[in-house]
Design a protein around this ligand. Structure first.
Ligand SMILES: NC(=O)c1ccc[n+]([C@@H]2O[C@H](COP(=O)([O-])OP(=O)(O)OC[C@H]3O[C@@H](n4cnc5c(N)ncnc54)[C@H](OP(=O)(O)O)[C@@H]3O)[C@@H](O)[C@H]2O)c1
Length: 253
């Protein structure tokens, strides 16, 4: 059934792909962004800011579903999620679909604490809701190396594995969830392979044609201990299809 769907963060790494998938499925799509609308879009657009709530009533009016991909990458995710929920409650109680992160209840990283609180807001919002937790995106794992590319030495997290997933796999699932009935917390989604961070960094460097020394660094604290313990992984839910190497090979083209 065709639905009217708002994608917050529809300009972001995940949100962009979610928008494409929803359009392909025949839905009416509106993007919320802080930026002005670009010319000639195949979908709707509302300029607004979830921190200040400017434009958020207009963004949430007359939609059946909100896919909430916007993130501040920090504590403010609680505030922006609250602002979104308040507006959605005033504007017809749409189904709220929220992408989240595997292990946010086990790794005490400050951003994960905010995500966990935001998840709780979603579950207690009174709105119909669906939450999908996934492992780290390929883009993020690649970024952890690419930001260091000017350095002769590339630091990685010693003893830490990642199970990166492609945003196309995540977007497929989110589009399916947005087109369906509210489902509460659905099974987690992990990438197809679990690999040591050092190996993922080397794979990135090889694909970028860079020769660098890779140095695993042991970091103290409960957050890194959680990562070393694999609390952010979903080994039983390795359902993503696109591998990190495939992701890198496509970026080269
Ligand atoms: N990255 C990962 O590895 C990973 C893994 C699992 C789950 N997730 C979750 O997936 C979601 C998407 O992550 P991502 O990596 O795609 O994010 P991203 O690329 O950093 O995109 C962030 C988006 O949020 C929007 N935004 C930021 N502040 C805003 C504000 N005040 N008002 C309105 N929009 C705002 C931005 O839009 P404008 O700049 O256009 O305003 C942008 O589109 C997040 O919830 C994240 O926690 C991420």
């Amino acid at each position: 059934m065709k639905k009217s769907i708002l994608v917050t963060g529809g300009t972001g790494t995940l949100g962009r792909v979610v928008v494409r998938r929803l359009l392909d499925a025949g839905h009416d799509v509106r993007v919320l962004s802080r930026r002005p609308a670009p010319a000639q879009l195949p979908h709707g657009w509302t300029t607004g800011d979830l921190r200040t709530a400017v434009g958020i009533d207009a963004a949430t009016s007359e939609v059946d579903v909100v896919v909430h991909c916007a993130t501040t990458l920090g504590r403010k995710d609680v505030l922006v999620t609250r602002r979104l929920i308040d507006a959605a409650r005033r504007n017809g109680d749409p189904h709220l679909v929220y992408p989240s992160i595997v292990g946010i209840d086990r790794v005490p990283f400050v951003y994960y604490r905010a995500k966990l609180e935001a998840e709780r807001l979603v579950a207690n919002s009174g709105l119909p809701w669906t939450v999908l937790r996934t492992t780290q995106f390929h883009d993020m794992v690649a970024l952890m190396t690419s930001v260091q590319r000017r350095s002769p030495v590339i630091g990685t997290l010693s003893g830490v594995d990642f199970q990166p997933i492609d945003v196309r796999d995540v977007a497929d699932r989110l589009a399916e969830l947005a087109g369906g009935e509210p489902a509460g917390r659905v099974p987690d989604m992990g990438g197809p392979e679990i690999r040591r961070h050092r190996d993922l960094a080397r794979a990135y460097l090889n694909s970028a044609g860079l020769r660098r020394f890779v140095l695993p660094i042991w970091l103290p604290g409960a957050t890194f201990s959680g990562y070393r313990g694999g609390e952010h992984l979903a080994p039983d839910r390795a359902v993503g299809r696109i591998t990190f190497d495939e992701f890198l090979a496509e970026r080269e083209r």
